[in-house]
Design a protein around this ligand. Structure first.
Ligand SMILES: C[S@@+](CC[C@H](N)C(=O)[O-])C[C@H]1O[C@@H](n2cnc3c(N)ncnc32)[C@H](O)[C@@H]1O
Length: 669
C-alpha cells in the first residue's frame, strides 16, 4: 500500500505510532470503498491533532473518489502545506491535475518530484503522460529514454516511447537524439511503421550533404550504426534516402564483383541493404548495368549450385549480392535452396533466407489449407483477389505490445465517446474482421481481447496464410481465419457484436452492397467500424491513377518500379511521398495501381447511412484533427453531423489522407 509511506513519513508531532495506526486503518477502509468509515477515523484523528497532514490527505482521497476534484485539490494542497516535504501528497495532486488535463499545474509539481526522486518509476510514467497531454512529445520521448537508461522502462511503455517519437517535430530532430532513436529501434514490441517517418526524416537531415557519392561518403553510411539499424528494421521513406540506398547497393555490388574481398563491416552492411530491399518488397528501381551484372551472378550461382556437394556457404557473396535485389526464392536455382536447413546457411544470410525462402514456402502450403467459407462469384471480387494473391498487403513485421483489456475498456480506448452496448459488459464478444488482409488488425485485437472470439476473413489466400503464420508467431489461439467474399457472408448464419472493415469495401464494384451485408451481420446493438477512402484527400492519387491508366500500365513489379522512379525524378516533392504506402511494392500497388477503387465524401457516407438505415456513431481521428474540428465547430452535436465534417474537410483537405474512420450501428438499435 503506497499510501503507508505517507503515514510513515509525515508525523509532525513526532508521535508516530498512533498517527500511523489510524491512517493505516483509514486507508484500509478507503481502499475497500467505505469512505464514511475512513472519514470518521480521519475526523477523530483531527480532534486529537489538527495539524495531522494525513487527515487532509485522506479527506482529499475520499473527495477524489467521490468525484469532487475541487475539494480533493484543496485537501491535497492543505496536506502539502502542513507536511511540506511529502512526496506522496504531491504526487497524488500532480496525478489528479494530470487526469483533469490541468497539465501545466501537474508539470510544475512533477518537476519538483523528479528533482527529489529521479528514479521513481510510477511518477516518471505519469510525468511522461503529462508531457504527452501537453503536446511536449520530445520531452516525453526523452523521459522514456531516461527511464530506459535507469532500467525502469517496462515493455508496455516501449510502444508509448515510440508513439512519442512519431510525433516529435521535424525541427526538433537533432543529433542529440541519436542514441534515443537507436534505443527505440531496438524494441521488438513496437510497430516499426510508426518509426519509419521520424527516423527517415532524421537520417535524411543527417545525410543531406551526401550529394557527391565518393568513397568517403559511402564509408560514412557503411559505418553509421543508426543507418544500419534502420535499414534492417524499418521501411526507409523519402526520395533522398531511397536514392542513397540505391547508390550504396550499386557500390557494394560493384566492389563485390571487382574481386576485392569485402571486410565484415561491408558484408554486414550488404546484409542490412538486403533486409531493406526485402522490407520494401524489392520496389527499388534497378538500373541496366546492375541488371546485367545480376544476370551474370544468377547464372554463375546456377552453375555452382549444380555441383553435387554444393553448400550456400560456397556462394555466400553471390547470394548476398543477389539478395540485395531479389527474393532468393525467385532465383532460377531456388529449387536447390529449401533442401538446405537454415542452420547450414551463412549466418549473415539466415534471417533473409528464413523470410524469403522458408516463410514463403510455409505461406504457400498454408494458403492451400485455409478453409473456404464462401465461393468468390463476383467479377470484381475475383480481380481484387488476383491482386492480393500476387501482392498480399501489407507485409508487416511487428506490432505494438498490447495489454489485455475487457471488451468495454477496449471500446473506451478506441472510441472514448461511445456508451458501451450491453454485450460489451460481458467478458467476451464476437468480432468479425472483414477483409483482414495479412492480419495485423485481428492479431492486435486478439492480443487486446484474449477472452473474445475473432473471426477474420479475406479474399486472398496468400494474405490469410501470412496472417495465420503471424498469429502463430504471437501464440494467439482466439482467431479463426477463413477465405470468403464479404458479398456472400450472408450465408454465414452468424452475427457479431463488433465488425471491423478498414480499407476494404471501397474496393468493391458497389461498396454500399458490401456495407449492407456487414449491417445484416451485426447484432441489434452491434457496432460497425469502417474506414474508407476520402475523395478530397486522394485527389493526387486520382491524378496519378488516371495517368497510369492513360499509359495503359499493367501492375507488374517492373512497371511499378519504373513508374515510381520516373515519378520521383519528375516530381521530387509529390505529396504522395508522405504515404508509407509509396515505399513498398504491395502498398504502392495498392496506392496507385489498384484494380478497383471507389472514393467517398462525408456527404456520401451520410447518404449511405440514410439509405442503409444505419446510424452514424462518430468519427475516429487523431487528437489534432479533433481539436481543429472543435475550434471550427464548438457545439458538441456537430461531431455527429456529417455536413459539418464535410465543411471541415473542405478547409482541411489532408485531414483524412489516412482514410475516413468511423462507427455506425443499425438505425433502430
Ligand atoms: C487494402 S487491404 C486492407 C487490409 C486490412 N484491412 C488492413 O487494414 O490492413 C484490402 C483487403 O480487403 C480484401 N477484400 C477486398 N474485397 C473483399 C471482399 N469482397 N471480401 C473479402 N475481402 C475483400 C482484400 O483481399 C485485401 O486483403
Amino acid at each position: 500500500m503506497h499510501y503507508q509511506s505517507a503515514a510513515n513519513k509525515v508525523n509532525p508531532r513526532g508521535n508516530s505510532k498512533p498517527v500511523t495506526l489510524w491512517f493505516e486503518e483509514a486507508i484500509d477502509r478507503y481502499t475497500k470503498g467505505n469512505l464514511k468509515a475512513a472519514r470518521s477515523l480521519a475526523s477523530r484523528a483531527f480532534k486529537k491533532n489538527p495539524d495531522d497532514a494525513n487527515v487532509e490527505f485522506l479527506y482529499g482521497l475520499c473527495a477524489e473518489k467521490d468525484g469532487n476534484s475541487t475539494a480533493a485539490i484543496k485537501h491535497y494542497q492543505n496536506a502539502i502545506a502542513i507536511g511540506a516535504e511529502s512526496f506522496v501528497y504531491k504526487k497524488q495532486l500532480a496525478d489528479l491535475y494530470q487526469r483533469l488535463a490541468s497539465f501545466a499545474s501537474a508539470e510544475k509539481i512533477y518537476l519538483e518530484l523528479k528533482a527529489e526522486q529521479p528514479d521513481n518509476k510510477k511518477m516518471l510514467e505519469n510525468m511522461a503522460l503529462n508531457w504527452a497531454g501537453m503536446g511536449k512529445h520530445l520531452n516525453s520521448f526523452l523521459l522514456y529514454k531516461e527511464m530506459y537508461d535507469l532500467g525502469i522502462l517496462d515493455k508496455k511503455n516501449q510502444p508509448k516511447m515510440a508513439a512519442m517519437l512519431a510525433q516529435v517535430k521535424e525541427s526538433e530532430l537533432s543529433e542529440s537524439l541519436e542514441a534515443a532513436l537507436l534505443t527505440t529501434l531496438s524494441f521488438d514490441n513496437v510497430c516499426h511503421i510508426l518509426l519509419s517517418q521520424p527516423i527517415s526524416r532524421y537520417l535524411t537531415k543527417k545525410f543531406a550533404g551526401l550529394t557527391e557519392f565518393n568513397q568517403k561518403a559511402f564509408e560514412s553510411l557503411v559505418l553509421d550504426p543508426l543507418f544500419n539499424a534502420a535499414l534492417s528494421r524499418l521501411v526507409l521513406v523519402g526520395v533522398a534516402l531511397e536514392k542513397i540506398t540505391q547508390k550504396a547497393r550499386e557500390l557494394i555490388l560493384c566492389q563485390a564483383l571487382s574481386g576485392q574481398t569485402l571486410s565484415p563491416v561491408y558484408t554486414a552492411f550488404a546484409a542490412n541493404i538486403a533486409r531493406q530491399a526485402e522490407l520494401k518488397e524489392y520496389v527499388l528501381f534497378v538500373g541496366d548495368t546492375e541488371q546485367q551484372l545480376l544476370k551474370q551472378l544468377e547464372d554463375l550461382l546456377a552453375i555452382q549450385a549444380l555441383k553435387p556437394a554444393w553448400s550456400p556457404v560456397d556462394s555466400e557473396l553471390i547470394l548476398l549480392c543477389l539478395s540485395m535485389y531479389t527474393r532468393l526464392s525467385s532465383l532460377k536455382c531456388s529449387d536447390k535452396f529449401s533442401a538446405v536447413v537454415l542452420e547450414k546457411w551463412p549466418n549473415l544470410l539466415q534471417s533473409i533466407v528464413k523470410s524469403t525462402i522458408f516463410d514463403v514456402e510455409d505461406e504457400i502450403a498454408l494458403a492451400a489449407k485455409v478453409s473456404s467459407l464462401t465461393p468468390i462469384k463476383d467479377g470484381v471480387s475475383s480481380s481484387v483477389q488476383g491482386q492480393y494473391e500476387e501482392s498480399p498487403y501489407p507485409r508487416w513485421a511487428s506490432v505494438n505490445h498490447h495489454a489485455p483489456l475487457t471488451p468495454r475498456s477496449f471500446l473506451k480506448a478506441q472510441f472514448p465517446w461511445i456508451e458501451a452496448p450491453e454485450s460489451f459488459t460481458n467478458s467476451s464478444i464476437d468480432v468479425l474482421v472483414a477483409g483482414c488482409g495479412t492480419g495485423r488488425q485481428p492479431v492486435e485485437m486478439a492480443m487486446m481481447l484474449p477472452g473474445s472470439r475473432i473471426f477474420a476473413i479475406d479474399l486472398s489466400r496468400r494474405s490469410l496464410a501470412y496472417a495465420k503464420r503471424k498469429a502463430k508467431e504471437f501464440g494467439l489461439k482466439n482467431i479463426e481465419f477463413h477465405h470468403a467474399d464479404i458479398l456472400n457472408l450472408g450465408e454465414l448464419n452468424k452475427t457479431f457484436d463488433l465488425i471491423v472493415s478498414t480499407g476494404v469495401i471501397h474496393h468493391m464494384a458497389e461498396p454500399n452492397a458490401g456495407w449492407a451485408v456487414l449491417r445484416d451481420l451485426l447484432r441489434d446493438d452491434g457496432l460497425l467500424h469502417l474506414a474508407l477512402y476520402s475523395a478530397v484527400a486522394r485527389e493526387e492519387v486520382r491524378k496519378q491513377r488516371e495517368f497510369i491508366s492513360k499509359l495503359k500500365l499493367e501492375p507488374s513489379a517492373e512497371n511499378i518500379r519504373k513508374y515510381r522512379q520516373a515519378m520521383m525524378d519528375r516530381e521530387p516533392n509529390n505529396k504522395l511521398y508522405k504515404y508509407h504506402d509509396f515505399w513498398t511494392m504491395s502498398e504502392c500497388r495498392d496506392l496507385l495501381f489498384h484494380v478497383q477503387e471507389h472514393q467517398y465524401t462525408w456527404l456520401g457516407i451520410k447518404q449511405a447511412c440514410d439509405t442503409l438505415a444505419m446510424k452514424f456513431r462518430g468519427v475516429q481521428a487523431p487528437a489534432k484533427i479533433m481539436n481543429r474540428f472543435s475550434k471550427q465547430f464548438a457545439d458538441n452535436d456537430s461531431k455527429m453531423d456529417l455536413t459539418c465534417w464535410h465543411a471541415f474537410e473542405l478547409n482541411n483537405p489532408a485531414a483524412f489522407s489516412g482514410m475516413y474512420s468511423f462507427l455506425c450501428s443499425k438505425a433502430q438499435a
